[in-house]
Design a protein around this ligand. Sequence first.
Ligand SMILES: [Zn+2]
Length: 389
Amino acid sequence: MRALCWFGKHDLRFQDVPDPSILNPHDAIIRVSLTAIGGSDLALYQGKNPTMEAGDILGHEFMGEVVEVGPEVAHLEVGDRVVVPAPIACGRCHHCQHDAFALCDNSNPNAWMAERVFGHSPAGIFGYSHLFGGYAGGQAEYVRVPFADVGPIKVPEHLSDEKVLFLSDLFPTGYQAVDVANMAPGSTVAIWGCGPVGLFAIKSAFMLGAERVFAIDNVPDRLAMARHQAGAEVLNFADDPIVDALKEMTGGRGPQVCIDAAGMEGHHKGSTNIFERARLTLGMESRTHDALLEAILACAKGGTLVLPGIAGEDAENLPLSAAFSKGLTLKMGPTHVQRYLKPLLARIEKEEIDPGFVITHRLPLVEGPEAYQMLHDKEEGCIKVVMRP
Ligand SMILES: [Zn+2]
């Protein structure tokens, strides 16, 4: 088969590789019909993960048709059309039994590596470096899916690939970011970052009863989508002092829920805040993570701060004293995608949302290397790229 393989920083190649096969009786093989590039794939492209190896197949957002099942697979049959969650989960360990699938104890064969970095290993993830298991990803014609009875969800024929693909990661990630905040109906929510996760968080906030949602970014196309497609009140951090603006828009109280969906892009180039200015005045290096810092400072007293993604190495020197003094609740962590598959598929079927709204580019998988470069450069209003093998 052919697959999109990583060979180094900014070096991807679409090439022939061996077909995947059933290695465990609980495996299934999926013929991929649609796959997407995520923001975290971009970090791999940019060479930010030292546990990638030449030839690794990328991709953790994908769906397709079951073409082979292992002898122990009970709930899937050849011919089923499924969406596959990005995190791999066994379904039987303590965490899986408590719906915390992204913390699965059994799905990362390289757990020792992750234990060194994090203390404990989270779940394995498709196509996401050897730190997360070294699994081949879904930016390929075929992919092996372990624990096939636990992850994949069958999707009805009348829903197009583009409507259901983002059940694999993005939609549940945006939804979980709001869900874990346990907000009261009528709350105000602020979301930093209007990439796909931020956009799904905006939509989810309204679904879960938010009265007003503020969205913060500096990319005009993203702000336009947040306003027109998702109904948020938008703020451009290049123009507005965000903390002051949010306080003003909420009667001085600040938003009750603040979500940093800017991920590794959370550092506003050229911006300054009081902590940053203080560091610079003292001749120290700039190391704060603006989005997160603003979220802490803007959040209402007693409010909830949520981190649905990794803020990266620059999320140091956070004013935890501010978070403490205001009695904030901090929620963070990877997405338990499997937990949300059924309820979110139901919302798609009821037409409460068409997740395909984030797609801006459709390309054949053979053009994968160009697609990554385009997303890297954020060219031509590029928000979300999907690819067909
Ligand atoms: Zn498990």
